[in-house]
Design a protein around this ligand. Structure first.
Ligand code: GLN
Length: 189
């Protein structure tokens, strides 16, 4: 299984390490054409507005086509990119998930924090860094993980988005969840 990690900026290397530890091959994606031939893609955290700038029109269009048909996991800024609607301020989203997401939603005081949330029923450590908040969930979007009352990881079909940084915790469960999604998608095809 070959997993791409978008490597334009942000903390892509921690994702690479985790995915390799779990036994998949990783391609660091820096050019649009590298999207061809990978089974799934991780869009890491970073700064979503900077991602948009670095992608440019051509990169954005190619990525939008990719996320429609292939498994994708966006974390933090990556989750913002996957959303249909982005607030604070409004910016373009790839529209892969029918959610509204608010950037930097926890304010300065909570710029970054480590909290305990739940993946299904299991407690799991969650690292939040200038995290966005999922404010609206469209039809058919499933809440996979919560922190307090907030949905922090959601999925529809093969598209997964988390507002926290699973690559910064030791627990590999979240990445394993995504790899299972990619593997199941492959088997179904
Ligand atoms: N605040 C960033 C944004 O709005 C996301 C932060 C992150 O990815 N850790 O894009």
């Amino acid at each position: 299984m070959k997993i791409g990690v978008l490597a334009l900026q942000g903390d892509f290397d921690a994702h690479r390490r985790r995915i390799e530890e779990l036994g998949a091959e990783v391609v660091l994606v820096k050019k649009p054409e590298q999207l061809d031939g990978i089974d799934g893609l991780v869009i890491p955290g970073g700064e979503s507005s900077t991602f948009l700038k670095l992608l440019g029109e051509e990169g954005f269009a190619k990525l939008r086509d990719y996320v429609r048909v292939k498994p994708v996991f966006g974390t933090c800024a990556g989750a913002i990119l996957l959303a249909a609607e982005v607030e604070n301020p409004k910016q373009a989203g790839l529209g892969a998930l029918d959610i509204t997401i608010r950037r930097n939603a926890y304010g300065r005081q909570l710029d970054s924090s480590i909290r305990e949330g739940h993946l299904g029923k299991d407690p799991i450590e969650m690292v939040f860094i200038r995290a966005p908040k999922i404010e609206r969930i469209g039809e058919g979007v499933e809440v996979v993980a919560t922190e307090g009352c907030d949905p922090v990881m959601v999925r529809k079909g093969k598209t997964l988005a988390a507002t926290f940084h699973p690559e910064l915790s030791d627990d590999p469960k979240v990445h394993q969840y995504f790899l299972d999604l990619v593997a199941n998608g492959r088997h179904a095809r």
